[in-house]
Design a protein. Structure first.
Length: 381
């Protein structure tokens, strides 16, 4: 019997490639290895489920066991991988060895941990999984105020949701405006004003240095020496791809696990996709890139080598108080942001030296123009 396709990780990337592979090949053996129960849920929903009062169980779409049965896969849940032995083509786990024919690494990314001082650091929460969300909900029991460290995409979405849930929210960010890495100053100022209008306090140009226990809450000390008393703290300062398994096995890693357009690592029998993968310098921890990668990889694994293609993929920011769609230009692009006339809302376009649009940001009513603007942007890959 041929060795199976083994997928490490049961998040969106891993489950999507299995689902797409099954559409093309109903016979190939598939084994999915997961560090947790592998229950199926939409991770983007974690940042806007608090205001609606959703319990963790309400976010689960299917149990891991039911999903595996439906997709004809063998699921090894709650399994720790000790190492990858490429010479023998096996994963060494706490449940024994797993042989593979083709291996897919969909190991995701982990929250960046800030190096803060103080005895309250262990009470700062990051939310990157259903278990994290459950813990954060416990933190919020009886809470009246929350600090969010990081004014990026996830930080702003959580801040808006927390405020809608009735909590006092303060956001710390070293930049001058929210989403500083994705949008220009003009749209950023609009977004900051919209969030502040909803009751969120945005502390610009400021980080957090210390976290100290103060009764049931925390006392934060920021980079300007000011103190802030809050009941709970959420850190949303970004994700770092999980590279250790690939690195220790001798695969090439950079910002992510380095793969080519076929999502092959430096070992042709090992592929990677999702938050952990870097393809031609791009690490894109968003839903649409993952789905494009899963479809392409499934074709390759089923015997039709298929290069990955990324069209322009706008991101809808889930901040109802400040509707926003962002399609940032590729990293390192030459050009500049320009605000442009719009019949409603605000529009900023990143144009190259020849005035060709490479990215855009749409605010307010202008978000309705997402499709029209996306059609003008060249493929990312």
């Amino acid at each position: 019997m041929d060795s199976p396709v083994v997928v490490v990780g049961a998040g969106l990337a891993g489950t999507s490639v299995v689902r797409e592979l099954r559409k093309l090949d109903p016979e190939v053996g598939v084994v999915v290895v997961s560090a947790d129960r592998a229950d199926i849920y939409a991770k983007p929903n974690l940042s806007n489920a608090l205001a609606s009062g959703k319990e963790p169980a309400a976010l689960v779409q299917s149990s891991g066991a039911d999903w595996a049965a439906k997709n004809g896969a063998t699921l090894l849940s709650d399994t720790r991988i000790d190492r990858l032995d490429r010479d023998r083509r096996v994963l060494v786990t706490d449940r024994g060895e797993i042989a593979y024919g083709k291996l897919v690494l969909a190991v995701g990314a982990s929250p960046v941990r800030l190096a803060l001082a103080g005895d309250g650091v262990d009470r700062i929460r990051s939310v990157n999984s259903l278990a994290d969300y459950a813990g954060f909900r416990q933190d919020l029991s009886g809470a009246g105020s929350v600090a969010v460290i990081g004014g990026g995409l996830v930080g702003c979405e959580f801040a808006d949701d927390l405020r809608a849930a009735g909590l006092q929210v303060v956001v710390f960010d070293p930049g001058t405006h929210p989403l500083g890495r994705l949008i220009p100053a003009g749209i950023g100022s609009w977004m900051r004003e919209a969030l502040e209008g909803a009751g969120i306090r945005f502390v610009a140009g400021t980080g957090v240095l210390e976290a100290h226990r103060e009764g049931a809450g925390l006392r934060l000390v920021d980079t300007k020496g000011a103190t802030h008393l809050v009941d709970a703290v959420l850190s949303a300062v970004g994700l770092r791809p999980n590279l250790e398994l690939a690195r220790s096995a001798g695969l090439s890693v950079n910002r992510g696990i380095v793969v080519d357009r076929y999502l092959r690592t430096t070992d042709p029998d090992i592929h990677a996709l999702g938050d952990c993968a870097e393809v031609e310098g791009l690490v894109l921890p968003f839903v649409q890139p993952i789905l494009h990668a899963a479809r392409a990889l499934a074709k390759t694994l089923s015997g039709t080598p298929t290069e990955l293609r990324y069209p322009a993929m706008p991101v809808v920011v889930k901040t109802p108080s400040a509707p926003l769609v962002v399609c940032p230009p590729p990293i390192g692009s030459e050009g500049e942001w320009r605000e442009e006339p719009s019949g409603s809302g605000r529009v900023a376009v990143f144009r190259d030296p020849s005035s060709k649009p490479l990215g855009f940001a749409l605010a307010g009513e202008a978000t309705k123009e997402k499709g029209a603007w996306a059609a003008k942007i060249p493929d990312w890959l």
